[in-house]
Design a protein around this ligand. Sequence first.
Ligand SMILES: NC(=O)c1ccc[n+]([C@@H]2O[C@H](COP(=O)([O-])OP(=O)(O)OC[C@H]3O[C@@H](n4cnc5c(N)ncnc54)[C@H](O)[C@@H]3O)[C@@H](O)[C@H]2O)c1
Length: 417
Amino acid sequence: MGYVGLPLLLVFGKAGFPVMGLDIDKAKISQLLTGKSYIKHIPSESIESLNAGGNFQASTDFSLVSELDCILICVPTPLTETRDPDMSYIESTARAIAPHLKKGQLIVLESTTYPGTTTEVLALELESGSGLKADSDFFLAYSPEREDPNNKEYSTSTIPKVIGADHPKGMEMANALYSSIIRKTVPVSSTKVAEATKLMENIFRSVNIALVNELKIVFEKMGIDIWEVIEASSTKPFGYMPFFPGPGLGGHCIPIDPFYLTWKARQYGVESHFIQLAGEVNVSMPQYVVQKIESALAVSGNKVENCRVLLLGLAYKKNVDDDRESVTFKVMELLAKKVREVDYNDPYIPIIKPRREYKCFVGKKSVPLKNIDQYDITVILTDHSSYNYDEIVKHSKIVVDTRNACGKINSDKIIKA
Ligand SMILES: NC(=O)c1ccc[n+]([C@@H]2O[C@H](COP(=O)([O-])OP(=O)(O)OC[C@H]3O[C@@H](n4cnc5c(N)ncnc54)[C@H](O)[C@@H]3O)[C@@H](O)[C@H]2O)c1
């Protein structure tokens, strides 16, 4: 019932399917049962109306799986501390549902993962816990999620959905299910192909973002503004699509997913050079931003160690309340060792909640923007639309802009990074 599962449940519910939301997180389940949303871009009304329709259940009791026809798994797939795929969520979900499986059910994995997961991990766990046989007693499919939180143009039902299955019956069932809520399904020949499709899409983004991040530094040395170059290049009607530089990668997908393939590729004795190189370039971006901040402070005659810095935006991208893998944490960590004080403002994240990494920042609160003039420098890391950039520039002493949010403002206070 996270960022992927909840919207999917709502679409099926709206289409008239009886739906059940299962999660190990009791807080989420009780919020769902009282009609409350815990995701900024999902209005509580959509959950309330599902509740009112009477076709909705939410629970932490996985034995209810026996009542279902189709089970869609949308659990996290992070990296371990050694940056290997962390299969523990998929494995524990499979172990929790396996004893309650029934003949004839369809189980679809939606989590992003390496090619082979559905057959090598999910099928094995389900078979050993149920005594049933995959693609004979129950059926399996893999269908990657292409959710783009807060995208106003595309939503779950209008984004084409790739579906892979290793048995014709699994494909028939999965295609029938998704076709009833999604305008266009894209059947492929196997679960592996569908798993690889999702990874290719995200690797494509990671590599192209790394490319523009590198070009940003190259062009800057030549006195060329990359943003102007991108705008001009984007007028080419074929063979080019724009990607934008930034302070580094964030979010639950792009910084993580490519390394699922790197890991799997090594088992086949091949190295994925592009993925590694893109990772290196993107990971070096927060350091580049911090250097820009330091040199801007030095030019203005400030001693870096005496300075107070305000970071704007903790969310990993604009207009969302999701701070997973947000690059702001890295910038904050690097700056905390150098400056007197580093604070953040984010209209959607009032406090830093308990988390696995950057634990030292847990409990830190978003400071009000009205105090912006008390800081020696303001750094724009997330370009939320709700920010008034004219006012930000007006009341800041120096602005380091990593997103070109102030691109249309003419002021010598602004430094692009
Ligand atoms: N967020 C996105 O925009 C997005 C887009 C495409 C793909 N994905 C992929 O979708 C998957 C899910 O991502 P998300 O953003 O929804 O994550 P999330 O953290 O928002 O949600 C995951 C949910 O799974 C629950 N959970 C954990 N272990 C469980 C278990 N054993 N049984 C039942 N529930 C369990 C968690 O409590 C949480 O509510 C990941 O593989 C991710 O890479 C995410």
